[in-house]
Design a protein around this ligand. Sequence first.
Ligand code: FMN
Length: 188
Amino acid sequence: MNDLRTRKTLIFNGSPRKNGDTAALVRALTERLEGEVRIVDCYRADISPCVDCRHCRMEKRCVLNDGMQEIYPWLEECDGVVIASPIYYAELTGKLLDVASRFQLYYSARFFRKEDPGLKPKRGGVVLAGGGDGDPKRPYATAKILLRQLNAREIFPLVCSHATNTLPAAEDAEALALVRSLADFLNR
Ligand SMILES: Cc1cc2nc3c(=O)[nH]c(=O)nc-3n(C[C@H](O)[C@H](O)[C@H](O)COP(=O)(O)O)c2cc1C
């Protein structure tokens, strides 16, 4: 069991809507999460996408000096990480993927520098909101690739409110109950 004073959860929110469906699910999650929680608002954070300059293949440092520099230590130390996003064209949003491209630092550690990326083992979760089209399997699979990149060893089953065209996530009792179970999983 983790120490409550030091337990940390990092949430990436890939929605442009401050009070949208993803935000409603993230709110329900944070209301129940214990310890320190930090949310990265991918649309508003000053975080550029990776430009594949390949510097991190040689040194554990990303040369892009932006908001990601203070997120890296959080990524390394946190106990839980959550990818939360609306579904856009059956995928995570582009802004979320822009931010996530900066996880390349850890891929380079493993595959090019042959070093331990220094990421604490974590629990992971995926929270999606969709109007009701298509299948959320693809964005869930993408999110799991990102979570594994971050050393999430255990990943909670998908939490998805997938009828927001007619039922806002804030009123989706099933999705809200799953979000609370995700919080309990991350609190363990
Ligand atoms: C550009 C765009 C693409 C979308 N593509 C999908 C989709 O493929 N499947 C789906 O179910 N909903 C799709 N939606 C609907 C959003 O996922 C849905 O409205 C969601 O609840 C918005 O979440 P938010 O309020 O957190 O931003 C799309 C919306 C936009 C703007």
